[in-house]
Write a protein that binds this ligand. Sequence first.
Ligand code: PEP
Ligand code: MN
Length: 359
Amino acid sequence: MEMQFEPISAKRDRPFVIAGPCSAETEGQVMATAKELAEQDIDLFRAGIWKPRTRPGSFEGVGKEGLRWLKRVKEETGLKVTTEVAKAEHVYEALKYGVDVLWIGARTTVNPFSVQEVADAISGMDIPVLIKNPINPDLPLWMGAIERIYKAGIRKIGVIHRGFSFHGETKFRNVPRWQLAIELKRNFPDLMMICDNSHICGRRDLLQEVAQEAMDLNYDGIMTEVHPRPDEAWSDAKQQITPATFKDLVDSLVVRQETTDDIEFLTHIDDLRQQIDELDDDLLKLLGQRMKVAERIGEYKKRNNIAILQTSRWNEILDQVMGKATAQGLSKDFVDTLLRAIHQESIDRQEKVMNRQEA
Ligand code: PEP
Ligand code: MN
């Protein structure tokens, strides 16, 4: 589907910044946060009014009473405001109170019924919508949500990358899987892309590093949860920061240009890219050779009726290569993934050789 998006706001030469508490808790908390953030020239004030919580019993948002507070924020600070909507009723209430931008949360993007309900509720209106990635790393599902909103006639669409659920231990609350967001951008180059560093990190000490990574990847901006007393927040306390810390974070960001016409830069980068291309060629040639050897091993094993996989040999390769990886300055995670992919391909090749019907 061919789509053409319109910018949510005029492009400035600094990141687009969305900040505010995870949840609107009290009128005082909302107003205090907004007043401090207004002094920092942020683009959009966020606050969750209806909170989709993983388990019942947690704070589920103050509901529409909080919309009055957001209206006050607009009137008293001039800030534009945004909140999460998950169903038609949320949309009607939010629009009634003058919410400027709607966002669709990760738990809603996963459900086409809900996204369609929101799309139908805003059909034909001129309201910007930000669409978070679904909680699972499913690019077509994310694209599907964008398409549903687009088909409702909305052109001011942006996306928020908030990371993906993951089973097991990770540094992040939601693993970023940057490649997935980059792939989305490749499909829709003029789509505004925001990084929600708060929900990716889940802890405040990582927020700066992830925001900078987003800048390095040419994201348009960030969405960060800000609370006057983060530790006392009613939701997502560990990842929220004070307005002052948020200011430091934004000030610390180094913003990169997408490109330049500086000849010296272009020549130098061309040279480096050529080196990369040549090395990629070498890598491919070497991999091809390695697979040929694997096939020869397969043939030899077949003749001697030996199984393809010898666990001890595989362990030996893993140990040897992992040892050398560090010396080459390669991360263990990367080499582990690479080696497993190569090994799987070798096994597939040997499998083919072994089971080839002789003519
Ligand atoms: C939020 O922004 O507070 C939120 C609920 O986020 P997500 O939909 O990314 O979990
Ligand atoms: Mn939150």
